[in-house]
Ligand binder design. Structure first.
Ligand SMILES: Cc1ncc(COP(=O)(O)O)c(C=O)c1O
Length: 388
């Protein structure tokens, strides 16, 4: 008999992909050539300079010990330069940046820093599943806020105000998770949306936690940081990451940006959990952050070609989709003839050996949708089209 688990472990479901990819691997082990259009795991290489910096740094004798809890000064300066160049946002590299082992872990540190048992946290429905899962793990009161499809998958701010007002004074709503360009719908970030969000946070005394990993992927306008808005630093923090924009998902390099009191508070929690990152990763990340605008443009050219092929794939399935999507995925609606996303996903996986993500893993509203990823070479997508 095993020792009973904590309620937290009993109540938390294993991440969908962690389970489903076991099925994919089982099929592969049985000799099937599975085309995985499910997950956003960039297959393209980081820039050559990034790899060189990794190798050079690893050869230094001082590269192998523990590093500062808040990352190397070189990485923090690199992030500050990147924010200035990319978003026109000035960050103090000493006090306003905290490197993270990927932005996903930041969700946990932030939640542990700000949420008491029962405190309210508003998570987007639809959205990245970790906001909800982590909020539950810290025993917060998770409240879904709807995104309106007819309004370009943006929040309904009147409904949000009611949700905040409904929290008891003893357990107020403390955090709103926000993510634009939005995953999974591909809805772009706009200044008007961010202005509204910052005003809402001031009016309602809540912390906006903006998750911004997709701002450079297939963006149609200049990328935006929430921190570029007037008054944002008082009420907002931003997560960002090299995973998607720099083809470095497995490196586990992200960061949080925000004003000193917020960064200090999160560092207090984080410094008790991990002991920083491997120095060569940080040195190479600082180099990656200097990738030229052309490097980003070329990566997006590759994704554009893939997007066209994926449109053909979705057309063949009878799915419909918006052409205005940004980020690493295409979000598509099922035709009426398909009984459910799960049925389609399993039919494609077991009969055509093509894996796509069902929309319901991002919230109940995703029930009649699927998500396909741009992280597969064009010829493989065309092969998937052929199979169906
Ligand atoms: C919206 C969103 N936030 C965060 C992450 C996690 O990124 P990272 O690799 O930096 O932990 C993902 C990854 O899929 C994502 O889609």
């Amino acid at each position: 008999m095993i020792i009973p688990l904590a309620l937290r472990a009993d109540q938390t479901q294993e991440y969908y992909f962690s389970v489903k990819l076991v099925e994919v691997r089982r099929l592969q082990a049985a000799g099937h050539d599975v085309i995985n259009l499910g997950i956003g795991n960039p297959d393209l290489m980081p820039s050559a300079n990034t790899i060189d910096a990794l190798i050079n740094s690893a050869q230094q004798p001082n590269a192998h010990g523990y590093q500062p809890y808040k990352g190397t000064p070189g990485l923090r300066q690199g992030i500050a330069n990147f924010y200035q160049h990319t978003y026109g946002v000035t960050l103090n590299p000493e006090t306003e940046i905290l490197p993270l082992i990927g932005s996903k872990e930041g969700i946990t540190h932030i939640s542990m820093t700000f949420l008491n048992d029962g405190d309210g946290v508003l998570v987007p429905e639809l959205g990245y599943p970790a906001y909800r899962a982590v909020s539950r793990m810290v025993s917060a009161n998770v409240v879904d806020y709807p995104l309106l499809e007819h309004a370009g998958w943006q929040p309904d701010w009147e409904a949000m105000a009611e949700l905040v007002a409904a929290s008891p004074a003893s357990n107020p709503t403390k955090i709103i998770w926000l993510n634009y360009p939005h995953m999974p719908t591909g809805a772009p970030a706009t200044s008007a949306l961010f202005e509204r969000a910052v005003k809402f946070a001031h009016d309602n005394h809540v912390l906006l936690c903006h998750d911004n990993p997709y701002s450079l992927i297939l963006n149609k306008k200049a990328p935006i940081s929430l921190l570029s808005l007037d008054g944002a630093k008082d009420v907002a923090i931003e997560l960002n990451s090299l995973s998607k924009s720099h083809n470095m998902a497995g490196w586990r390099i992200g960061w949080m940006a925000g004003s000193k009191p917020y960064v200090d508070a999160v560092l207090t929690i984080k410094s008790n959990v991990d002991s920083g990152q491997f120095r060569p990763l940080m040195d190479a990340a600082a180099e990656a952050l200097t990738n030229s605008d052309d490097w980003h443009r070329e990566r997006n050219e590759v994704y554009k070609g893939r997007m066209d092929a994926l449109h053909a794939f979705l057309d063949a399935l009878g799915c419909t989709y918006s052409l205005d999507q940004e980020g690493l995925f295409i979000w598509a609606k099922l035709p009426d003839s398909v009984s459910s996303a799960e049925a389609l996903v399993d039919d494609l996986l077991y009969n055509k050996h093509v894996f796509i993500a069902p929309g319901f893993i991002f919230g109940p509203k995703g029930d009649r949708y699927v998500r396909v990823s741009l992280c597969v070479p064009e010829e493989r997508v065309l092969e998937a089209v052929k199979r169906i």
